[in-house]
Design a protein around this ligand. Structure first.
Ligand SMILES: [Zn+2]
Ligand SMILES: [Zn+2]
Length: 648
């Protein structure tokens, strides 16, 4: 693949008969891309953590080159991002102290008792930093060598890694370099935990294990791992498959552990009832209750999930949030990890992933995550319908809903999926998230299919057929995983076939376009209706204030086209007075809401070192509130359709 550029340069130059130069360039290209497809002899990753308080993971990658290889050098690369989270994080920024040496010496801890101790004095090899994410080792004809480095990690997350005095929790892409052109080679991982710390991940073949063999680097980084002295484990079995619930709590659990495990079992039963038995033998829910009000995440993997709650299990709301995340992440076992968009693996980690299908991969998973809370019996019908109405509130009150489609939102994931922006953006006015947007498209598609087929088919059937066609039945598209990926067009075709109804118009209007989805039409099939009322939230004139103002009442966003924008207010302004009265973050909204529509309200703001006087001319409230309720004329057929939908 990388040969392409070299070849075109050579053609260009030789046409001008600069033959000597062309030969030189050819030689340079050959060195870089020598034998890209022949696997290396062996690749072993050794991970140590001898100084937990430093937050420095120590990595050594040992490479045996194939016999008769003419390798002169190998390139090692840190990924720019990690699957499941699409912002670019540049993991290379935390790499330090990179060096290479030859040969590989046997480790004293690996020597068998009767083995003689051989004297082995490794010599260093040149390591050149090629670019922001790549290091090149000059192998100089040696048959074996190792590359070592340290990588800083102090974030408990589904993407980053953390080493501290409590534990090591790592996600491979932020720790392990891959070898360019050899990402598909088998790899071995050996972990050296501090004394008394135990290792656990979603690929344990035995209770105590410190060595793994993975078919390739992609599968190794799909195996988040926890190393600590005090995590605990529970298990249960469903359909002959073993499930583990590993919990590392940094706060009080309030005696909720056994309820957590049995509710997770209900979720597993509800989801496997829809999909059928999963193909793995065991699956691990890896929970952290971080109790730091900061770390929160959920990340899907092939045989495990990493779930981090910012609170303590004993605290209100944390229990339900943990279950909601578990329901979402477990649904990914099928939708995303196996049934996947065409662009989802093997990935190019030198640039952000681009896919049009995140509204299916994440959005439909959001929809089913909530629906499964109902099907598992954890939520009742009204709790589920309230949750869907909240999502409608969120999406239909966002100005970005009429500017950004579900498909465009998927393509801009690198900008919106927890991306940090140093340059100011207008994304608050222009973007929506594919999670809630896709959730609503899933809801409406499901209801339309159920309604139009009189309950004979559903979105469940669409997903099952997709899983069968693309994952189970398709020949493998690459080394990475079984089957091949799908495109939006495939999903549209299968949905149309299952429903016996052409969805082209729906996809044009609501997936590629920004028209409001036909909520009412879908809900009516279930004997439900959508009620839209003026929001009870206080009127804000288009001003969003920052919760991080530290005393100052800072404007964090001015809605485009709003009364505040008409008055000349800008993001970053600090509100001082309203109607001549000094206001604070606690009373500015109540002060504003004492005025009427049409009133002219003087406002003063501080912008840099100046105080600016402006006039708000209050308009009509712009926010609406949505509620899903039963229709008075709901028929027994409609109620039966609804019961089947909620029961699965
Ligand atoms: Zn931990
Ligand atoms: Zn997800």
């Amino acid at each position: 693949m990388k040969n392409g550029k070299c070849r075109s340069q050579i053609k260009f130059i030789s046409r001008r008969l600069y033959l000597a130069l062309a030969v030189l360039l050819l030689a340079a290209c050959t060195v870089v891309t020598a034998q890209p497809d022949q696997p290396l002899g062996s690749i072993t990753y050794r991970l140590s953590m001898t100084r937990p308080a430093s937050h420095l993971f120590e990595v050594t990658i040992e490479v045996e080159l194939p016999a008769n290889s003419n390798h002169q050098g190998l390139e090692f690369q840190m990924a720019k991002w990690s699957p499941g989270r699409y912002a670019v994080f540049d993991f290379a920024k935390n790499v330090q102290e990179v060096y290479a040496a030859t040969p590989i010496c046997p480790r004293t801890e690996d020597l068998k008792n009767n083995q003689p101790l051989v004297t082995c004095r490794p010599l260093s090899l040149p390591v050149i930093r090629v670019n922001d994410q790549t290091w090149r080792v000059e192998t100089r004809g040696n048959a074996t060598f190792s590359l070592s480095y340290k990588v800083f990690g102090n974030d408990l997350s589904g993407t980053f890694s953390q080493l501290d005095t409590r534990h090591a929790n790592f996600n491979g892409a932020s720790v392990f370099m891959y070898i360019v052109n050899h990402k598909s080679d088998p790899v071995r991982l050996v972990i050296y935990p501090p004394a008394g710390w135990r290792i656990v991940n979603g690929r344990m073949a035995q209770p105590v294990q410190r060595e793994w063999q993975f078919p390739n680097w992609d599968i190794m980084i799909d195996t988040p791992t926890e190393v600590a002295p005090d995590w605990t484990i529970n298990d249960f079995e469903v359909d002959g498959k073993k499930y583990y619930v590993v919990v590392h709590s940094f706060g009080e659990e309030g005696g909720k552990r056994s309820a957590l495990v049995s509710d997770i079992e209900k979720i597993v039963r509800a989801e496997t009832a829809m999909w059928g038995a999963p193909e793995f033998d065991s699956y691990t829910f890896l929970f952290h209750f971080a109790a730091d009000d900061r770390s929160g995440d959920g990340m899907e993997h092939l045989t495990s999930t990493q779930i981090i709650e910012p609170g303590a299990l004993a605290e209100p709301g944390v229990y339900e949030s943990a279950l909601g995340t578990a329901a979402h992440e477990f649904f990914h076992v099928w939708n995303v990890k196996r049934l996947r968009p065409i662009e989802f693996g093997p990935w190019d980690f030198t640039r952000p992933a681009n896919t049009r299908e995140l509204w299916i991969a994440e959005g439909l998973t959001n929809y089913y995550g909530h629906l499964m809370m109902r099907r598992a019996g954890i939520w009742n019908e009204s709790r589920f319908l309230r949750r869907e109405a909240e999502t409608i509130n969120n999406i239909e009150n966002s100005p970005g809903s009429r500017l950004m489609s579900a498909e465009e939102s998927s393509l801009t994931a690198p900008f919106i999926d927890r991306a940090q922006h140093i340059q100011r953006t207008n994304l608050a006015n222009t973007s929506i998230s594919y999670y809630p947007k896709g959730e609503l498209l899933g809801l409406v598609l499901d209801l339309l299919i159920r309604g139009k087929t009189n309950g004979k088919a559903s979105l469940d059937d669409v997903l099952r057929r997709m899983y069968d066609e693309f994952y189970l039945q398709s020949p493998n598209g690459s080394y990475y995983l079984r089957g091949r990926g799908y495109r939006t067009e495939d999903f549209q075709r299968v949905a149309s076939e299952v429903a016996g109804f052409d969805f082209s118009d729906f996809f044009a209007r609501h997936v590629r376009g920004v028209q409001v989805p036909p909520y009412e039409e879908g809900l009516a099939f279930m004997g439900l209706r959508l009620v839209r009322e003026q929001s009870r939230e206080p009127y804000n004139a288009g001003i969003v204030t920052s919760p991080w103002g530290a005393g100052a009442l800072l404007i964090s966003n001015v809605l485009n086209g709003s009364v505040a924008e008409d008055a000349g207010l800008q993001t970053g302004d600090e509100i001082l007075t309203l109607g001549g009265k000094r206001v604070t973050s606690t009373d500015w909204l109540s002060t504003l809401n004492r005025f009427q529509q049409g009133d002219r309200v003087p406002i003063s703001v501080k912008r840099d070192r100046r105080t600016i006087q402006a006039m708000l001319v209050l308009g009509a409230p712009e926010r609406f509130e949505y509620r899903i309720e039963e229709r008075r004329d709901a028929t027994s057929e409609q109620k039966a359709l609804r019961a089947a939908w909620l029961k699965g």
